[in-house]
Design a protein around this ligand. Structure first.
Ligand code: SF4
Length: 437
């Protein structure tokens, strides 16, 4: 790390980023017309935009000041935070590109470079970004380290191996055994040991000595942020729900990408205060909430607005989702008194690393607790671990809870996999079923 790099980064952090935020606040926004079916927007949306813009802005100045790690969404990032890595989440960056409807362009670059169209679009977009050097976020810093865990899928391991090979940088893999029945003590010991074994490697990469006290503070912050996020999601049990799951898809970003940092912790307190106030005042995310729905799987990032409007105009609100719940379900298990085993328990049991019986029980609980009338399952071409088994889940939930459900075939970030007409027909039929009950 160079002194000039550190000074430049500090200058941008203290002066450049606040100046950029002030400029952004002054900029006249192009307001797209919003359907009257929506209630007032969340005030916290503005803060979310500021935090994410600042994160990507500062990322441009971080090389030379801090070590950079690219991390998967399910990886135990708290350990890296203890070594002061600047973390970039390629999945978040790919979702951002997807939301801008530029996914197909980046996927196309990766495909021309030899990567199969069957590969997850998050991976293809990231590889397309690496090949082309393009990014709507300006410029992403090149990683000094890659940190992944197969607790979300096996794809990440091969995707990160490809980057490690290309950039000739180290890759640390946190191996999480799949929970076929239940997590065993041997699994927990195996994962806890891996985490401790990473310490000397991280010390060598960063030249910093591991500070247990600092690590415990980070772990506590992470646990608290996840629990606050869980409480925010639970506030949607209220009728009307103070926000929609389409809001939550956006507000999820800090708990995924900035988990363990004070900025995420503070952010969720502000959001929690706002949703609680809305519940107290009876302010709903949609103006006439008659039907309450559950969403299964990752968002269709390039069609969030279309889907939100389609359902809001039919008085239907998504009040819960397995996806947004994933960062509240187990990270609350983090326990500073037993850091290693609690991290193994939390990160080893997340939804995509857990069996179908668990997922079915979890969904039943969510459907009951959130007074859900119907279910939309996004069968995404990209994410096999999330999409395989959805037909069985739908069958079981329809049988046990008599729940109307529809499956949408689409993709998370590659907009070429969206068939407007077919989806519209399916959704109309689903809405008619709901209105008939
Ligand atoms: S979307 Fe699914 S396949 Fe793609 S990186 Fe995430 S978990 Fe893995």
């Amino acid at each position: 790390m160079s002194l000039t790099g550190k000074l430049k980064y500090q200058f941008m952090k203290d002066l450049g980023a606040p100046a950029l935020m002030s400029l952004q606040a002054l900029k006249k926004r192009r307001h797209r017309p919003v359907s009257p079916a929506f209630g007032p927007p969340l005030k916290t949306n503005k803060r979310l935009k500021e935090i994410l813009s600042r994160h990507y802005f500062l990322a441009r100045y971080v090389p030379g000041a801090k070590k950079v790690a690219w991390v998967t969404s399910g990886a135990p990032v708290e350990l890296l935070r203890a070594f002061d890595f600047y973390t970039i989440y390629p999945e978040n960056h790919s979702a951002l590109i997807g939301a801008k409807k530029q996914g197909a362009e980046y996927c196309g670059i990766a495909e021309s470079g030899g990567f199969s169209q069957d590969l997850c679009s998050y991976a293809r977009i990231d590889l397309g970004h690496l090949i082309s050097g393009k990014s709507p976020a300006g410029k992403l810093p090149k990683p000094d380290l890659l940190f992944c865990s197969n607790n979300i899928c096996q794809t990440v391991l091969y995707w990160y191996k490809a980057i490690a090979h290309e950039l000739d940088i180290p890759l640390i893999h946190f191996d999480a055994p799949f929970v076929a029945i239940e997590q065993t003590p041997a699994d927990v010991r195996y994962m806890a040991q891996q985490l401790q074994d990473m310490i000397p490697i991280l010390e060598q990469i960063t030249g910093k000595i591991f500070d247990l006290k600092q690590f415990e503070i980070i772990l506590e912050r992470s646990q608290e942020s996840s629990q606050t996020w869980g409480a925010i999601l639970e506030s949607m049990q209220a009728k009307p729900a103070p926000m929609t799951i389409f809001d939550a898809f956006g507000h999820l970003a800090p708990v995924v990408s900035l988990r363990g940092l004070p900025v995420a912790q503070d952010y969720y307190h502000i959001l929690q205060e706002e949703v609680e106030e809305r519940v107290h005042l009876g302010i709903g995310a949609i103006t006439n909430e008659r039907y309450r729905l559950i969403w299964d799987n990752i968002a269709v990032w390039y069609q969030v607005r279309f889907l939100a409007t389609f359902f809001a105009e039919r008085n239907m609100n998504f009040v819960t989702a397995t996806y947004t719940n994933a960062w509240a379900e187990t990270t609350g298990l983090l326990d500073v008194k037993k850091p290693w085993t609690s991290m193994a328990q939390a990160y080893g049991q997340i939804i995509l690393n857990n069996n179908m019986k668990h997922r079915l029980a979890l969904m039943k609980k969510m459907i009951t607790n959130f007074s859900v009338h119907g279910m939309v399952m996004h069968s995404t071409r990209s994410c096999k671990p999330y999409s395989v088994g959805q037909f069985d889940l739908r069958k079981a939930l329809s049988k046990d809870l008599n729940l109307p459900a529809v499956i949408l075939d689409a993709d998370i970030a590659d907009e070429r996999v969206w068939s407007e007409q077919q989806i519209q027909t399916r959704l109309e039929a689903f809405c008619e079923t709901l209105e008939d009950i």
